[in-house]
Design a protein around this ligand. Structure first.
Ligand code: HEC
Length: 197
């Protein structure tokens, strides 16, 4: 192998299968980058582990969930207290419940009919219920949905706040006995009599 004059000093005294090595210095930019990563790693350790100033991913998750619970008004499940569901009867609650029911966000009307008469899902206006008719049971039916029957949690998967859920079940309660046209026949094998009012 030919060795150039200016490489003589750099040539190291070993050779493998004709391959020789030059003792070149690392480029400056590479070294600075290397030192920088060491410094970065040190601050990282200091920030997240030693001083614990920075939030790790679990803390960030908890903080975001708490902020979302605050913003959207739902119970993030950490308070340990289950919501005590109850029906409201004031016009504003019923009107808001109807708005949710008819919204393209929650889609209730697409399966239960615009008047609650039932379509894909059961009639919500009569006193025959498959999963119970207490405020608690209605809220649970809505919150969990019936994925195997086609109803996603909250109808569309879009979470409903506790305040809105109260209005929504109140609206459903207000539909009791309204006898809309074209009611879906009751699933007599599964539904049992249950009166809300
Ligand atoms: C994709 C269709 C679909 C959508 C959207 C949907 N549901 Fe349902 N829902 C169903 C079906 C199907 C059932 C029946 C489950 C069963 O047979 O066990 C059901 C059951 C229910 C029940 C229980 C009825 C009973 O007899 O116990 C309630 C209450 C209910 N839905 C409310 C809602 C509300 C409120 C919304 C909107 C947030 C909604 N659903 C959106 C299909 C739907």
């Amino acid at each position: 192998m030919k060795v150039f004059d200016d490489e003589k000093d750099l040539l190291m005294d070993h050779e493998y299968d004709g391959i020789k090595e030059l003792d070149n210095h690392m480029p400056k930019w590479w070294l600075y980058l290397f030192y920088f990563t060491i410094a970065w790693g040190f601050f990282y350790l200091l920030y997240y582990t030693i001083t614990d100033v920075g939030m790790d991913q679990h803390e960030q998750y908890a903080a975001e969930m708490a902020a979302a619970a605050e913003k959207y008004g739902f119970n993030d499940g950490d308070e340990g207290e289950a919501m005590a569901w109850a029906f409201e009867t004031d016009d504003a609650s019923i009107a808001n419940g109807r708005e949710l029911y008819m919204s393209t966000n929650n889609l209730c009307f697409t399966c239960h009919g615009a008047a609650g008469e039932g379509l894909v899902g059961p009639n919500l206006t009569d006193d025959m219920w498959i999963h119970g008719c207490s405020a608690e049971e209605l809220a649970t039916s809505i919150a969990t949905g019936f994925p195997d029957k086609g109803m996603m949690a909250y109808g569309s998967g879009a979470r409903i706040s506790d305040a809105d859920m109260t209005d929504l079940i109140s609206y459903i309660a207000s539909l009791q006995g309204t006898a809309p046209v074209n009611p879906k026949p009751t699933d007599t094998d599964r539904a049992t009599q249950c009166s809300i009012n």
